[in-house]
Design a protein around this ligand. Structure first.
Ligand code: NAD
Ligand code: GLY
Length: 349
């Protein structure tokens, strides 16, 4: 088990590796009132483990799915926390995928103006990305993560134990964020290409998770509140988030891969991204997601509301340039749309 210390506004410890859950969680439960948030799928799969480790800790089981990362469920969680009599010294454990982590982190940040939070991510996506760095949120009015706060967890416990029950589709979803990290870090890029034929193996996922968390922790240490460098962690997300909220048929990670594919095409067409490097990234994204769908103008519309945008009528995205190098690109909305539509012509080829 490895410990990665993330010192931002507060200090978080991330424990990663086989055995982390059993080594860390019982100790973290001691000494205060606790509350467990999980989702219906995780509870069904791990109910036995939960009762053996969490005992009679009060819990709320969120119905699984992105559609429940909403204001009404946030209210239900906070109500359950008040009913459990939590105090300012209490601790919320968020055990699940990115949905549980995001809404649970927000509930912890809001309750009595902030109680401790321990993240126990159980999906690849949550382990490599969402549980670390303190972004918490719910979706509202069809806009992803529009209500939330930066609220660092005290501890993140990342144990590959949970990955064994994930359907291939969820592994693919997590690989979306891993391919994003490959586009941001030359070291992760090299590792991913080295394992191109076994990207879905749990042993590869366990090792690459440590590298991705290291990369993310380095970024968050420098720019916790996303005024600059942290925007890079949103590569592929400008279009990805727009598509995700438009048709809701694929997972977050799959939309990130599709967004990354399109935005790499745009960066190549603008002469920003090296052709061969861009082609390798696009082939990687296509291999993981299985196929790149053509997108329509209506589906791109949500990019107008992307949180990276700095002025009305412009769209900001993160362009891959060459190994480990990227840049922030701002385009008028109309130009962004026409460049994405141009790329769509080669999408399904
Ligand atoms: P998710 O939480 O919906 O989990 C995906 C599915 O896997 C769900 O059905 C869940 O019940 C199930 N599941 C969870 N653990 C399991 C396990 N061990 N075995 C079997 N099934 C399991 O989705 P996700 O992909 O984990 O996360 C996506 C969310 O994360 C999105 O809301 C996205 O916006 C958010 N996100 C946040 C950040 C951040 O920095 N905060 C970063 C990236 C993504
Ligand atoms: N996943 C993007 C971030 O944490 O900033």
């Amino acid at each position: 088990m490895k410990e990665i210390v993330l010192k931002a506004s507060v200090k978080s410890s991330v424990f990663v590796g086989e055995g982390a859950f059993h080594r860390c969680v019982p100790a973290l439960l001691k000494g205060q009132k606790n509350f467990l948030l999980t989702d219906s799928n995780v509870y069904e799969l791990y109910g036995g483990l939960i009762s053996s480790v969490f005992g009679n800790t009060p819990l709320y089981v969120l119905p699984a799915g992105e559609e429940n990362k909403n204001f009404s469920e946030l209210g239900n969680i906070l109500t359950a926390m008040t009913e459990a009599g939590l105090l300012r010294t209490s601790c919320l454990f968020a055990m699940g995928g990115g949905v549980v982590g995001d809404i649970g982190g927000l509930a912890a940040g809001l309750y009595m103006r902030g109680i401790r939070c321990v993240q126990i991510p159980t999906t690849v996506l949550a382990q490599v990305d969402s549980s670390v760095g303190g972004k918490t949120a719910i979706d509202m009015n069809n806009i992803k993560n529009v209500v939330g706060m930066f609220y660092q967890p005290q501890t993140v416990v990342v144990d590959p134990l949970f990955l064994r029950t994930l359907p291939v589709r969820e592994l693919k979803c997590g690989l979306g964020e891993i391919v994003k990290y490959a586009a941001l870090s030359a070291e992760i890029y090299k590792e991913v290409l080295k394992h191109i034929d076994n990207l879905f193996d749990l042993s590869f996922l366990e090792e690459i998770t440590k590298l991705c968390i290291d990369h993310k922790a380095n970024v968050v240490r420098k720019d916790e509140r996303e005024t600059g460098l942290r925007k890079s962690l949103n590569m592929g997300h400008t279009l990805g988030h727009a598509l995700e909220l438009y048709d809701k048929k694929l997972s977050h990670g799959e939309y990130v891969l599709i967004g990354l594919w399109y935005e790499t095409c745009v960066a190549q067409a603008m002469g920003l991204c090296k052709q061969e490097y861009g082609d390798t990234l696009k082939a990687l994204a296509r291999k993981v997601v299985g196929g790149i769908p053509a997108v329509t103008e209506a589906a791109i519309g949500g990019a107008r509301m992307d949180k990276k945008n700095e002025s009305a009528g412009t769209v900001t995205f993160i362009a891959p340039i060459s190994k480990g190098i990227f840049d922030t690109v701002k385009l008028p909305y109309e130009e962004y749309v026409s460049r994405i539509l141009e790329a769509a012509k080669e999408a399904e080829c």
